[in-house]
Design a protein around this ligand. Structure first.
Ligand code: ADP
Ligand code: TZD
Ligand code: MG
Length: 565
């Protein structure tokens, strides 16, 4: 008999991931997972080492969103685990499939709280923030742990899953035969969820009876990658649509049925609203309030049955995955049964024309220093001819103006602060790594600071990322004053004359300081041509932004908000 060979937990983790087609890990190395990062790379996986686990986690989350495979973030124990947890919670909130794998300390010591190195009961800490949380305590369970994590991350409504691997499990060895039998190749982890034909018929009836129907596309629709069926359905019914920010480009923003330029009008007037992969959360004012017509009826296509009726009653829920739902809808709708009335379309077009004209005037103005419009116009024009480019967008005014000004022309190319309003550049790295395409990250100066050190990561891996820091010298604006009259800066003020471009030069990247649209355009054009890591300090008027960007209504009023009589 041949002598039995032993295999360790490190190897089993890599084997389990590879067996399931996971080829990329984002993380930060350290005890007890350092050799896991090395081994993953040795075994042909791509490992991207970050400067902070939160950024690594954001990269993993967005990789999951773009590929429909769980993005993997690997961290050390306690503090590294917690740093990553923000990103895991963000993935869960945004419905991105992601797995955070963290090494953990000695369970016997942790559970008796005897003060281990990086002691924390990580699995239980993760539970409130994750779709599911698992711990592997025996090496023969690694395969099962990875399989369960994959199923949980991508099935139904996708989300963030935590997988805890104790240091003991990683170091443990197992007979090779037992080990290979313990691995699991998952079959059909995101099974189609076909909606009932009754639900489809009910929705068709509601839509056919509508006078002023409207479709709202959310990032769930983008995630579903049902682009052709969605487009065919929308075009065959003629219903105008509004894209939520990350659904921009699912159909090109200049599509004749896109009602984004008449947003207030269509929300106010629509009598039937069909939500496709979009939640009626704060981003849609919960479907209530002055923006919305109180009598509007809703159709909602969503994979999560529990989402239905969460904010407004849904007259016709279609619970299923969007790909199956759009196919069922297309098959069940008789040609001409649903047709948006021309009076409705004409009214929308009239509003669009007015608003497009207003926007054009703002874009045509050329103030000095630049404001948000004049700087964003440069990106709008460049991106119009480059649908391959990913746009990452964060900040307050930088985000809100960016969403309105920059038209998207291809699906899943706009990645932004999303459901939670997070700040962090991990998305830029995740998108560049996943696609190999160029990324332009348009960041407020505050937003950039949350993960500014990741420019070293971008330079180390020579990623084609162009970061534009919209430097208005602060959170929202750069001109606030110290209300106490002292000499220290106001709470929202950042360094006005900061030269963020100099930072990237320290790592061999290319820096530009752009003070007008011409120099900005030249800088972005050169950066895209060279594919070199680039950071452009875009000098923006410190008085151009507004408090809280476009969501001032969510900011509680204080005595400071109302000027003293
Ligand atoms: P947005 O922020 O763009 O409005 P949300 O993140 O609020 O979008 O909503 C996304 C919705 O899409 C969630 O309710 C989620 O359950 C749903 N969803 C995600 N993937 C799918 C899918 N493949 N099929 C159907 N619904 C999906
Ligand atoms: N911390 C985290 C993690 N997320 C947040 N959203 C905030 C703090 C609060 N916040 C916002 O909501 S926007 C923003 C912060 C700090 C930054 C806005 O400043 P900016 O953008 O420079 O990025 P503008 O263009 O100056 O508005
Ligand atoms: Mg700012």
């Amino acid at each position: 008999m041949a002598p039995s060979v032993n295999i360790d937990g490190f190897q089993l983790v890599v084997d389990a991931l590879k067996l399931n087609g996971i080829d990329t890990i984002f993380g930060v190395a350290g005890i007890p997972i350092t050799d896991l990062t090395r081994l993953a790379q040795a075994e042909g996986m791509r490992y991207y080492g970050f400067r902070h686990e939160q950024s690594a986690g954001y990269a993993a989350g967005i990789a999951g969103y773009l590929t429909r495979k769980p993005g993997v973030c690997l961290t050390v124990s306690a503090p590294g685990f917690l740093n990553g947890m923000v990103a895991l919670a963000n993935a869960t909130t945004n419905c991105f499939p992601m797995i955070q794998i963290s090494g953990s300390s000695d369970r016997a010591i942790v559970d008796l709280q005897q003060g281990d190195y990086e002691e924390l009961d990580q699995m239980n800490a993760a539970k409130p923030y994750a779709k599911a949380a698992f711990r592997v305590n025996r090496p023969e369970d690694i395969g099962t742990g990875v399989a369960r994590a994959i199923h949980a991350a991508v099935s139904g409504r996708p989300g963030g899953v935590y997988l805890d691997l104790t240091a003991d499990v990683l170091a443990a060895t197992l007979d090779n035969d037992i080990a290979s039998r313990s691995l699991v190749k998952v079959v059909d982890p995101a099974p189609a969820q076909i909606p009932s034909s009754e639900s489809v018929q009910r929705a068709i009836k509601v839509l056919a009876d509508a006078q002023r129907p409207l479709i709202i596309l959310g990032k769930g629709a983008a995630y579903a990658q049902a682009d052709d069926d969605l487009r065919a359905w929308i075009e065959s019914t003629g219903i105008p649509y509004l894209p939520m920010s990350m659904a921009k480009g699912l159909l090109p923003d200049n599509h004749p049925q896109c009602a984004a330029a008449a947003r207030s009008f269509v929300l106010d007037q629509a009598d039937v609203v069909m939500l496709i992969g979009a939640r009626l959360n704060w981003l849609l004012a919960h479907g209530k309030g002055s923006q919305w017509s109180p009598g509007a009826k809703f159709v909602q296509v969503d994979v999560a049955a529990t989402e239905i009726d969460s904010n407004r009653p849904i007259a016709a829920p279609i619970v299923g995955d969007i790909s199956s739902a759009m196919k069922s809808l297309r098959e069940a709708t008789k040609p001409g049964r649903i047709k948006a009335a021309s009076a409705w379309i004409d009214a929308i077009d009239a509003h669009k024309q007015q608003n497009v004209k207003r926007m054009q005037q703002r874009l045509d103005a050329n103030p000095s220093p630049m404001n948000f419009y004049s700087a964003l116009r440069v990106f709008r024009d460049l991106i119009a001819g480059r649908p391959d480019i990913y746009v990452v967008n964060e900040g307050a005014n930088t985000l809100d103006f960016g969403r309105n000004v920059i038209d998207m022309h291809a699906p899943r190319k706009r990645l932004d602060s999303g459901t939670w309003g997070v700040m962090g550049m991990g998305y830029a790295i995740g998108a560049a790594v996943t696609s190999g395409n160029p990324v332009i990250a348009i960041e407020g100066d505050s937003a950039f600071g949350f993960s500014g050190m990741e420019i070293e990561t971008i330079c180390r891996y020579q990623l084609p990322v162009v970061i534009a820091v919209f430097n208005n010298g602060g959170i929202y604006r750069g001109d606030d004053i110290n209300r106490g009259g002292g000499s220290e800066p106001a709470p929202t003020v950042l360094m006005k004359d900061a030269r963020y471009d100099k930072l990237i030069e320290a790592f061999g990247g290319v820096g530009y300081n752009a003070t007008d649209p011409q120099s900005l355009k030249a800088a972005v054009t050169e950066a895209l041509a060279s594919r070199k890591p680039t950071l452009i300090n875009c000098v923006i008027d410190s008085t151009a932004g507004t408090e809280s960007g476009h969501i001032q209504n969510l900011n509680p009023k204080s005595s400071l908000s109302t000027p003293k009589q």
